[in-house]
Write a new protein. Sequence first.
Length: 394
Amino acid sequence: MNIERLAQVSDFMQRYVETGKTAGIQALVFHRGQEVFFDQVGYRDLETKTPMEEDTIFRIYSMTKAITSVCLMSLLEEGHFQLDDPVEWWIPEMSDLLVYGEGGKLDVLTQAVTFRHLLTHTAGFTYGFEPDTHPIEKQYADLWRVDGPPKHLPDLIRDVLKIPLLFQPGSQWNYSVATDICGYLVELISGQTLAEFMQQRIFDPLGMADTSFVVSRKDAHRLATLYGYKQGQAIEILSRADDLPYVDHTEGNEPRLYSGGAGLVSTARDYLKFARMLLNGGVMNEYRVLGRKTVEWMTQNHLDASLLPLANNGIVTQRLKSYGFGLGFCINLDAAKAGTLGSTGDFGWGGMADTYCWIDPQEQLIGILMQQFIPSLYHGGRRSFRNAVYQALT
């Protein structure tokens, strides 16, 4: 790694802050066994001019999905289920799901939803991000808009299962709430809450002290303010620490919803520990989270060519057939056609506030980008980050 050329990462970060694309940004690069780059530019709160610092805590949103997927696969290793088992064996309500068919006709399932469908986002669930595009999308959007305190995870799953699927399981790919169902399965199978399972199996052994579903009051000042785009204004405040369920304002008060799809907060160096475990084939500091072959299985493409291109590859806005999906990760299938520098076989995923992590086994490389700006991919920072890192390889 040419350290002088790696300085281009800092240059790109500085440009993003100076042009108002983000309030503050942080980046970390790990290569061949060592951290070779760490820098931050801008502010974690613009109004108070609080600078971005090394210990800043970020809402990682969908970067939670990778951790939840690892948790579920660790239970597969123990023999609790097989990848193509029907999920209804654990959640009986799954057998009653209906499917939105032609002309709005509700069809019965032609096959059961499996664990593989959930992990690969081919089960037929969705998120409701585009409520004007489909009646099912609107039903999901209405679900999230319900007033009142957040639901418990079982309540959320119960409500989701009342909504018809977008398509028959396995027939399409659609990014969805499926990983929250994976988190619920972790709870059902293990007998622990998802938070307890993650703490015991991943966070404590890997030393991820700043990764959790909740931020303590003493650490609330470290949580970066969340910003977003507003027409006519580069960025506006969407939420401060005090506005969020992440912060534990009352002793013993825990979040009611442990979202396996989007609920965690973390720091760049905390998430690096998780990423290093995956790069090392499931082991970190002599603690094995997953077997090597399990990690290999998770980081291979599990989608047929007929299901490509993905509607969301987590890196570029274009729909490119060069990206597939494994068991919790987007997979680079063809580096020449991927729209960004990289390697065939590199994998990763990002979060709604434009946080991002990718892992490249071929180059023994990890890149982590942290900021708090919604919507993700609006400014293309993930691509700029990847290109700035890869151009520094010698």
